[in-house]
Every structure is written in structure tokens, then in C-alpha cells.
Design a binder for this molecule. Structure first.
Ligand SMILES: Nc1ncnc2c1ncn2[C@@H]1O[C@H](COP(=O)(O)OP(=O)(O)OP(=O)(O)O)[C@@H](O)[C@H]1O
Length: 271
């Protein structure tokens, strides 16, 4: 891949005690349908960390992410942002579906946030082209989304989210629909991009394996209405590479993460 080095190390200064980038304090969310998705959620994403959110289906992980992004308002509680306003420039969002404009070429898709922010045409083109290269898609700027594989479309989505150089990147099961080899590659490339740009990441996944591979810290949420039930600080002595996946430490942490999610799911099953 051009522009990427695989197997980025865990930052030596993984900031477990770093100041908050964003705090949800006692956040509740009820939808007009009457569904209470969140209740009293206390969650801090620290500056510079890679936080994974794990929890049973429907526990409100996406809702929490959307509230962080400012895409949904909490029904109760407080959101404190220490990274600037939720104006789309300081926060990038990657959804499970790449959500690209099918009629526009890759370059135009990646450029979109810059166009919306009123960045000049030449500057926007230059920055988009650079980001396309950084995500490993050099030479594909003139392609249409339909001409790309699922993994490549997700790379476009990642480039679009990163093109504004956001302080906080929010990712909602971005690799869930991809085959395992592509997913592993994107995991490594995401770590390399994170090392290059130093952004804070909050990442929703259903995969305990993925969460342990990527995250500095895993927060486990209970079933609906969601709140935090567990936290795992991931220990990775060296670089996160295929070798890390083969270690006893990795297996043990996956087991712990799985047990925490299974416990959260069991506790929330209808009785
Ligand atoms: N716009 C909406 N209107 C009504 N209910 C919603 C809306 N969005 C989410 N919900 C409900 O809120 C609850 C939490 O949904 P959410 O998508 O946040 O959970 P999740 O943990 O991300 O789920 P999954 O892991 O299955 O993606 C679910 O019961 C869902 O049906």
C-alpha cells in the first residue's frame, strides 16, 4: 500500500490519564417511538486514545456515537466537547456503509467536506488527492464508487472522514461487512493512519477480536437502555501486527472481552 506502514505500535504515551476529548455525563436518549436507547450513560473518550465500544446488539452504541458527533441530541444529561464545536471539521464520522455519492468520482467524494467548508478549489483538490494516496488508493481518484471493491469503498469513506484532519474520528462498525483478510488489512492501515495523524478514535464493533487488536481501551455497554458495565485496558507489549494476534496475551484479552459482552447480554435478556 502506498503511503502506509503496517503494524503501527501502540503509542508509548497511550493517554489513559489524558484529558477528555469528549464526555457524556448521565446521558439518556429516548426516541419518539418510546424506545429508551440510553439511560445514565457516563462515557469519556480521552484525547489521543483509541476507544472501542462493545455491547449487545441494540444497546445504544450507535446512538452514543451519534450523540458524540452532534448528529442526535440527548434527551437528558450533558455532552462536553473539548475538541471544538461539533461542526464537522473537528469530528469525522465513518458509517458501516461507505455512504458515497454514486454519481461522483472518488476525488469528488473525498473532497466533499472541504467543498462544504468553503475551502478553495485548488487547495481542496490537493488535500483530497493527498488523502486518497494516504489511504492506499493512489490512481483511483477518477474512478466511480461502483468500480471499486467494498474494501476500497470503505477506504474512500475513511479518506473523506480524514480529509479535514479531524481531532476525533467516530467509526460505527466500519469493517463489519468486509471479508476477514480485507478487514485485517484495514485494521492495520487504520492504526497506521492513526499513528500518522494522531487523532482520537471512538470505534463501535461487534468483534471482540477487532476491539482487542485496535483499541487502547474497551468499554462494554449493557443491553438497552445502554450504560457502561465494564472496561478493559488493552495491553500490547509491541507493535500490533499479525504476531500480536498470535500471542497468549491477545487470546486472553479476547476471552476477557467476550466474557464481558456475554455477561452484559445475559444481564439484559428478557426474564
Ligand atoms: N431513529 C431511531 N428511532 C427509533 N428507535 C431507534 C432509532 N435509532 C435507534 N433506535 C433504537 O434504539 C436502540 C439502540 O439502537 P442503536 O442502533 O443505538 O444500538 P446499537 O448498539 O448500535 O445496535 P447494533 O449493535 O445492533 O448496531 C435500538 O432498540 C434501536 O431500535
Amino acid at each position: 500500500m502506498s503511503g502506509l506502514t503496517s503494524g503501527a505500535s501502540r503509542s508509548a504515551a497511550t493517554p489513559l490519564a489524558a484529558p477528555a476529548a469528549i464526555s457524556l455525563i448521565g446521558v439518556g436518549k429516548s426516541y419518539p417511538s418510546g424506545t429508551q436507547a440510553l439511560d445514565g450513560l457516563d462515557l469519556v473518550v480521552r484525547q489521543g486514545e483509541f476507544l472501542a465500544l462493545l455491547g449487545p446488539s441494540g444497546c445504544g452504541k450507535s446512538t452514543a456515537l451519534r450523540i458524540m458527533a452532534g448528529l442526535a441530541a440527548p434527551s437528558s444529561g450533558t455532552v462536553e466537547r473539548h475538541i471544538g464545536a461539533a461542526d464537522g471539521a473537528s469530528i469525522g464520522f465513518v458509517f458501516q456503509e461507505p455512504t458515497l455519492m454514486p454519481w461522483a468520482r472518488v476525488a469528488a467524494n473525498v473532497r466533499l467536506p472541504l467543498d462544504l467548508a468553503g475551502v478553495g478549489r485548488a487547495e481542496a483538490r490537493r488535500r483530497a488527492e493527498e488523502m486518497i494516496e494516504r489511504v492506499g488508493l493512489a490512481g483511483f481518484g477518477r474512478a466511480y464508487p461502483r468500480e471499486l471493491s467494498g474494501g476500497m469503498r470503505m477506504r474512500v469513506s475513511l479518506a473523506r472522514a480524514l480529509v479535514t484532519r479531524p481531532h476525533l474520528l467516530l467509526m460505527d462498525e466500519p469493517f463489519a461487512a468486509l471479508d476477514e483478510i480485507t478487514r485485517f488489512r484495514l485494521n492495520d492501515d487504520l492504526l497506521a493512519l492513526r499513528a500518522a495523524f494522531g487523532c482520537t478514535i471512538a470505534f463501535v464493533t461487534h468483534s471482540t477480536y477487532e476491539s482487542v487488536y485496535l483499541a487502547d481501551r474497551i468499554v462494554v455497554m449493557s443491553g438497552r437502555p445502554g450504560r457502561v458495565t465494564d472496561e478493559i485496558v488493552v495491553e500490547a507489549p509491541g507493535p500490533r501486527t499479525a504476531a500480536f494476534r498470535g500471542t497468549a496475551g491477545y487470546a486472553e484479552q479476547c476471552r476477557r472481552a467476550f466474557a464481558a459482552v456475554a455477561g452484559a447480554a445475559a444481564a439484559s435478556e428478557p426474564r
